[in-house]
Design a protein around this ligand. Structure first.
Ligand SMILES: [Zn+2]
Ligand SMILES: [Zn+2]
Length: 102
């Protein structure tokens, strides 16, 4: 099968990276929010439970969903039966700070 080639006249000046939103699977153009190795639209970077927009605060991931600090603790972190304090083990895979791509 013959292929007719085309000369590429312009070199791409920058690397194009296609980011897909974990929530809607749409392409993210502009601002993307990142947690771990995954990306979200800025407006889809929300707590799976209360829907609060997650920004600079700590973001928790559980089963691929995002939670705010309060809901993550309420749902998944056991409380001490004596003092009702959360028993939060510090694990590096649970606490993920967001950073922003421009
Ligand atoms: Zn999205
Ligand atoms: Zn929440």
């Amino acid at each position: 099968m013959a292929m007719i080639g085309r000369l590429v006249l312009h070199n791409e000046p920058y690397k194009m990276v296609l980011l897909l939103c974990e929530e809607c699977s749409g392409e993210i153009s502009g601002k993307a929010m990142k947690a771990g190795t995954k990306f979200w639209h800025d407006h889809h970077f929300t707590c799976a439970d209360c829907g609060i927009r997650l920004r600079e605060a700590k973001v928790f991931q559980k089963d691929g969903r995002l939670y705010c600090d309060r809901d993550y603790k309420t749902k998944f972190v056991p409380r001490c039966a004596m003092c009702s304090e959360f028993i939060l083990q510090v694990r590096s895979d649970l606490v993920i700070m967001t950073d922003t791509l421009v």
